[in-house]
Design a protein around this ligand. Structure first.
Ligand code: FAD
Length: 468
């Protein structure tokens, strides 16, 4: 976005192709193999780590014509779906049959099943339904050698071949489809908000809740400044699909912008200090599923949270979150349009490290960008930390330097505190050097896998663990 604002374009592919069948995907990949042309599988382009940038030119393999959604098998609770289908279309089609996938990334209007599989996507309800890798029973894909791969369906014995491919970000194969687990549409929902006096108390409550065996669909803790923004943001009329964004009125200037001037963003240390004086933070929970169990789990969570000093705010904060859950991402892009910069960094850590990661990233980035964070996608073992950064500088060039410094500093602080490189946005170009370091000797195994599945190295070069 920064480059586009400067009139520079990321390296474009030499051509775009839209295969209409698995056979056509095979034909394109075989042709590219014979001519040593790079292939960049492309879903909807919503990836935020540069995964579809054509660093070596080549062909963008746009999968969106492969969009069929099958009929749900109610006995086995699964459905066959082609990889190019947009998330929103898939979920609507399942809802019409009385089912849900349970996968709701904020980018649901503009991301595809193939992109989710490639980048190990997580939806907002992942604490209950899992990430995409937990939903997939088998995958269909065309390897860089041009072979059709169909993995055995779960449950099975031996190595999980689907999981060898999931997360490969276009570097091993192009996904053409998957068999996915589905769930009956939830009968009931229970939403609630809690106020904690400290971030650490909220984090501890999530840990206790997950360790007690509760499975909230949503458990989301905003740090104090994020809480202040969430609480004061005006409701957005309704989630707006990208196709309708041009129709927005000018009064939808993002809330953040109205509160924080570009001038203040260029001296973020003061803003960060001011934010540091705030203490109260908001936890939002949502349980869903069968009626009686949902109510019981909500009540158990209420007891656990209030025992840890939380104030029960009732269902309003949860309803507000549910209504606004897709709008915040669009507000971020408006911030970019205004001349400032915004970006997000999601990492994950085990419970013993979560607070350290939070503190160290905030401290490291404080002089470069204004920093907000929320904690979500919880597991019995740990959770994801989702940092939002806003920054500005005197010129576009200075902003770019500041942006690069931010990424170097923030990611290195997160990793030195024991966080993973990524939780659900993938790796792409942005985090490939860091992933290489994190993988250590694992790189050797991946290089071998790459040679086996993509002998001529045509699939999405320079991405993920910086494959040659
Ligand atoms: C506003 C916004 C909000 C977001 N919110 C979330 C969120 O809540 N959760 C989340 O997980 N992510 C989120 N993302 C990130 C992004 O939506 C995900 O990474 C998503 O999985 C990308 O899907 P896509 O179809 O757009 O893939 P693309 O951006 O087109 O591609 C991403 C990567 O996947 C590869 N790829 C795409 N299709 C295939 C295929 N068929 N076979 C093999 N490789 C393929 C590409 O080569 C590339 O490396 C968000 C992004 C934005 C812009």
């Amino acid at each position: 976005l920064l480059w586009i604002r400067q009139g520079r374009l990321p390296p474009p592919p030499d051509a775009v192709v839209w295969p209409g069948s698995e056979e056509e995907v095979q034909a394109v990949i075989r042709l590219c193999r014979a001519r040593r042309i790079a292939v960049i599988p492309f879903g909807a382009g919503s990836g935020v780590c540069g995964g579809t940038v054509a660093v070596k030119g080549g062909i963008a393999l746009d999968m969106k014509r492969l969009e069929a959604v099958g009929t749900v098998d109610p006995q086995r609770r699964c459905v066959d779906v082609q990889a190019g289908v947009l998330g929103e279309v898939l979920e609507r089609s399942l809802n019409a049959q009385g089912w849900t996938l349970g996968h709701f990334p904020s980018s649901i209007y503009m991301s595809t099943l193939g992109g989710w599989l490639a980048a190990r996507s997580a939806g907002q309800l992942s604490s209950r339904y899992g990430k995409i890798e937990d939903m997939v029973l088998s995958v269909r894909a065309v390897s860089g050698a041009g072979e059709l791969l169909v993995t055995p369906e779960r449950p099975f014995r031996g190595p999980d071949l689907a999981q060898l491919l999931v997360g490969s970000e276009g570097t091993l194969c192009a996904f053409t489809g998957a068999r996915l687990r589905v769930h009956p549409a939830p009968e009931a929902r229970a939403l609630r908000g809690y106020r904690f006096n400290r971030v650490s108390e909220g984090v501890e409550a999530i840990r206790v809740l997950m360790r007690a065996g509760l499975r909230p669909a949503v458990v989301r803790l905003y740090d104090p400044f994020d809480t202040a923004l969430v609480a004061r943001s005006r409701p957005h009329p309704s989630p707006t699909p990208p196709s309708m964004r041009g129709t927005w009125k000018s009064d939808t200037v993002p809330f953040l912008l109205r509160q924080i001037s570009r001038h203040a963003l260029s001296r973020p240390i003061l803003l960060n200090r001011a934010a540091g004086a705030l203490r109260r933070c908001l936890l939002v929970t949502m349980f869903e599923g069968e009626g009686a169990r949902t109510r019981k789990e909500d009540e158990q969570a209420r007891i656990l949270c209030t025992q840890r000093g939380a104030v029960d705010l009732g269902e309003e904060p949860g309803l507000h979150w549910l209504k606004e859950r897709y709008s915040v991402s669009y507000k971020m892009s408006k911030l970019v349009d205004s001349g400032a910069l915004a970006d997000t960094m999601e990492v994950a850590a085990t419970w013993d490290k979560v607070m350290d990661v939070y503190e160290r990233v905030r401290a490291a980035a404080a002089s470069i960008a204004f920093v907000l964070c929320h904690f979500s996608h919880a597991y019995p073992e740990g959770c994801s930390l989702y940092f939002s950064f806003a920054l500005s500088d005197v010129s576009e060039q200075a902003q770019e330097r500041r942006y690069d410094a931010l990424w170097r500093t923030a990611l290195s602080a997160a990793r030195s505190a024991g966080a993973t490189v990524s939780h659900h946005h993938g790796v792409g170009l942005l985090k490939s050097a860091a992933l290489r370091e994190e993988l250590g000797e694992g790189v050797v195994l991946l290089d071998r896998l790459k040679r086996a599945l993509d002998p001529d190295g045509i699939m999405n070069p320079s991405k993920l663990w910086a494959v040659p």
